[in-house]
Design a protein around this ligand. Structure first.
Ligand SMILES: Cc1cc2nc3c(=O)[nH]c(=O)nc-3n(C[C@H](O)[C@H](O)[C@H](O)COP(=O)(O)OP(=O)(O)OC[C@H]3O[C@@H](n4cnc5c(N)ncnc54)[C@H](O)[C@@H]3O)c2cc1C
Length: 370
């Protein structure tokens, strides 16, 4: 039986661990739990109106969103974890025609997008009472994924299945045909390594002579605990600007998220983030009292970005015992489960899966130094 170490237990690593065939592999998952993007995330799954020009990224994001019904079935995910509540998109009034055209065009290849409706000012307020009357675009297929709840459920399932967990920072060493993974209290030998450590992949691989084109980006969001108990069925809202409003169960409302390139690995919550997000939200909320006074807490995580903002994943061409996945940026909840599944299929079947439609060559992002 081959031994696999997964380094990084965010959305990719934990999905992979659950899809691996444990009759073939003995699996150990290392996660130090620091700066994790998955548990800090907002939870919007709605890629169809993105104006990003990268077609490979769009294919991956579209197929990632379409993958959720299978994920829900395979692991019996409850609506507390994943719920298709719809997405409301807010824009300046003159921008809706082109948005509607784009959504209708995209629906031809993505029927899971569901009904597309331009909502009147009154209807928007009715569908999402926290918003002031304003025109919006409603996408029925939009969903929310509770990253924290997903990780909890998938960790329990993986443990029940026999995956071992080591909650410490791992370091990698190559020893002839094997890998040595060390933490402060453990040292184990493995046949195969999968690095799903977000931006930390750079630090893990640099001592082995690899340059990885990935950088950290700080993201902050605010989690409010309100008295709006009807929030469970409200749609996620993509505000016009750098912010989103994501209602969860029992009055929990997230307002996020910042994209801070200069802050790198810093995980300190800042007043500036609160003020910025608050100010953006005030343009759209029905009154300034909506979130005022509600108890809140910050969530801070580190996203991984490549130079062309596209993710990468798969087997390293010159080292068939090393698999990687990173660079998911701000759409990692949407695409992470599909990537975890693809990696598991490659490993279970010992066969490379064609992913040209989803990404550039891996060498674009990872190079062995001469
Ligand atoms: C504030 C915020 C809001 C977001 N909102 C959305 C959203 O609405 N929709 C969406 O699709 N995406 C969203 N994202 C993006 C998404 O959360 C990420 O792209 C995705 O979670 C990345 O998953 P991952 O598994 O690659 O990495 P992560 O979730 O970051 O997991 C990597 C793990 O590896 C661990 N690790 C690193 N190095 C080591 C080591 N040496 N040893 C052991 N463990 C290690 C880390 O501690 C971490 O737990 C958001 C991100 C942030 C920060």
């Amino acid at each position: 039986m081959k031994k696999i170490a997964i380094i990084g237990g965010g959305i990719i690593g934990i999905t992979l661990a659950n899809y691996l065939n444990l009759e073939q592999f003995q699996v150990t998952l290392y996660d130090e739990g620091v700066g994790q993007a998955t548990s800090a995330s907002a939870g919007i799954i709605s890629p169809w109106t993105s104006k990003r020009r990268n077609q490979k990224w769009y294919q991956l994001a579209k197929d990632g969103a379409a993958f959720f019904p299978k994920l829900v079935r395979d692991f019996h995910l409850s609506t507390d974890i994943y719920a298709q509540t719809g997405a409301l998109i807010l824009r300046k009034e003159g921008e809706f025609d082109s948005l509607l055209t784009l959504a209708n065009e995209r629906k031809k290849e993505a029927p899971e997008l569901g009904t597309i409706q331009l909502l009147t000012k009154e209807k928007t307020h009715q569908v999402m009472p926290l918003l002031k009357p304003q025109v919006s675009l409603f996408l029925q297929g939009g969903a929310r994924l509770n990253g924290q709840a997903y990780l909890e459920k998938m960790t329990t399932l993986a443990k029940d299945k026999g995956v071992s967990f080591i909650p410490e920072r791992a370091k990698l060493q190559k020893e002839q045909e094997h890998w040595l993974v060390k933490t402060t209290s453990t040292a184990h030998v493995f046949d195969l390594i999968v690095i799903t450590a977000g931006p930390s992949i750079k630090n893990l691989l640099s001592p082995l002579g690899y340059f990885v084109d990935v950088r950290p980006q700080k993201g902050q969001l605010i989690e409010f605990q309100t008295n709006y108990l009807q929030s469970t069925t409200w749609p996620v809202v993509m505000l016009d600007g750098e912010a989103d409003l994501i209602p969860y169960q029992n009055g929990k409302i997230l307002l996020g998220a910042t994209h801070e390139n200069e802050a790198l690995w810093d995980l300190t919550p800042t007043k500036e983030a609160f003020t910025n997000l608050w100010q953006i939200s005030q343009k759209f909320l029905a009154s300034s009292e909506i979130l005022k006074g509600a108890p809140y807490q910050y969530r801070v995580g580190t996203r991984a970005y490549t130079s062309d903002f596209a993710p990468f994943f798969g087997k390293i061409p010159n080292d068939p015992s090393l698999f990687v996945a990173s660079g998911l940026g701000s759409s990692g909840l949407t695409i992470g489960p599909l990537i975890g599944y693809i990696l598991a299929q490659e490993l279970n079947n010992n066969r490379q899966i064609e992913t040209k439609q989803y990404q550039k060559e891996l060498e674009t992002y990872i190079k062995k130094q001469p």
